[in-house]
Design a protein around this ligand. Structure first.
Ligand SMILES: [Zn+2]
Ligand SMILES: [Zn+2]
Length: 309
């Protein structure tokens, strides 16, 4: 399995249907799982996708609508039942902590592990999470309630060492880490061996933006920039355009327009309104504006490295 992939657990919108589950996505980054939104049924969808609960340590909420959070009490209760200790961090606004803390305490108790809250600014523009290999950045959305999207950006990877070339040029072992970091090698006689001879390019860092729920807003395109994969909600089709902005949602065409303006590699659709029967219509409409469209569905796994090939 790729080391950066997106698992779609639910890509429906607020009104339940038998075709789609409410919003939930899991980002699998080098075997660490990051959940974005936790609609009802997310824990069952995780089990179906064979994603291990033990690998989940961060849950990022985009906003406090029920179709994005109502799976949390069940999921947290299950984690508690596992009784394996550890902790989970829920990233949300202050209001989210105020609402969720007593609910989770009442239903999960979490005696065996710790639930932490990382309080985020609804204005976006901050780093919600960071480790040695990844940052998760927030971006303000345009919805009926405060809402943010998340951008997962891999940090630049070290160069791959070409051992045969290092040996040939007499690079001592203690220099290897510096060479991986991009330094040239200077021989004792002053000859410079350029880094490009000693290493191979690890490729540009990979990135994923998760944008749900929002009305069309070109500022978002500017903020996310040319990510490899953009999930952007496609609640409506253009024939229902008058409904989109007042309800804080976008059409498939508008999502494709954001992907085009951002210079994204691929667009992933989703948050489909229950009023439509044929999901293919979302793809068809988006393709009129943007060439690389992936039609989302429950159980879909999108490998980001594969999209570069
Ligand atoms: Zn929603
Ligand atoms: Zn919403």
């Amino acid at each position: 399995m790729a080391d950066f992939s997106i698992h779609t657990l639910g890509c429906g919108s607020a009104k339940p249907t038998l075709r789609h589950r409410p919003s939930s996505t899991v980002v699998d980054f080098r075997n660490n799982l990051f959940m974005v939104d936790c609609g009802e049924g997310a824990q069952l969808a995780m089990m179906k996708a064979r994603l291990k609960f033990q690998r989940l340590s961060n849950i990022f909420l985009t906003h406090l609508h029920g179709d994005h959070v109502l799976g949390l009490p069940g999921l947290i209760s299950t984690l508690d039942l596992h009784g394996e200790g550890g902790e989970i961090t829920i990233h949300t606004f202050k209001e989210g902590e105020d609402i969720l803390r007593p609910i989770l305490k009442a239903f999960a108790g979490y005696t065996s592990f710790d639930v932490k809250f990382n309080i985020l600014n609804p204005q976006g523009g901050e780093i919600a999470f960071e480790n040695h290999a990844l940052t998760v950045e927030t971006v303000k959305l345009t919805h009926r309630v405060p809402a943010i999207g998340y951008i997962f950006r891999e940090k630049p990877k070290p160069h791959h060492l070409k051992r045969d070339m290092c040996d040939f040029h007499g690079v001592p072992m203690y220099m290897f880490n510096r060479i991986k970091g991009g330094e040239d090698f200077i021989k004792p006689d002053g000859t410079v061996i350029p880094n490009s001879i000693l290493t191979s390019d690890p490729g540009a860092p990979l990135s994923y933006a998760h944008i749900s729920d929002t009305a069309f807003n070109p500022d978002i395109a500017e903020k996310i920039g040319p990510v490899d994969l953009l999930f952007h909600e496609t609640t409506y089709l253009e024939k229902d355009l008058p409904l989109a902005a007042p309800r804080g949602h976008s059409t498939a065409r508008q999502a494709a327009e954001i992907a085009r303006r951002a210079g994204a590699g691929w667009l992933l659709t989703g948050h489909y309104s229950s009023r439509y029967r044929d999901d293919e219509e979302f793809r068809r409409e988006a393709l009129e504006v943007f060439p690389n469209v992936i039609l989302n569905r429950e159980g879909l796994i999108t490998s980001i490295p594969e999209l570069r090939k």
